[in-house]
Design a protein around this ligand. Structure first.
Ligand SMILES: [Ca+2]
Length: 98
């Protein structure tokens, strides 16, 4: 694994980090409950997006992400959040260059 890791590109390392962070918060069940999602966002994304403090914001975001309505966020449902925040950051970080 160490060899494999050193051969990975920065992008591949970033992808692996997303998988690892998801599993850190979803644990063995591989799905995020609402409280897990809040912890993940507040602990791991607080430089890029505002922390979630109120229940309404969390409820709204959670139901947006929970496409199949099973009240849990699986990895496929989690990826759009990463895409959304990365896209917003892209706009922010490239704004100076235009
Ligand atoms: Ca779901």
């Amino acid at each position: 694994m160490v060899c494999f890791r050193t051969m990975m590109s920065d992008l591949e390392k970033a992808m692996l980090a997303i998988v690892q962070i998801f599993h850190k918060y979803s644990r063995h069940k591989c799905k995020l409950k609402k409280a897990d999602l809040k912890d993940l966002i507040n602990n791991e994304m607080s430089q890029f997006i505002m922390k979630i403090h109120d229940k309404d914001t969390l409820d709204m975001l959670f139901s947006d992400l929970d496409q199949n309505g099973d009240r849990e966020i699986d990895f496929q449902e989690f990826i759009p959040l990463i895409a959304m925040v990365t896209s917003a950051c892209h706009d922010l970080f490239t704004a100076d260059h235009h």
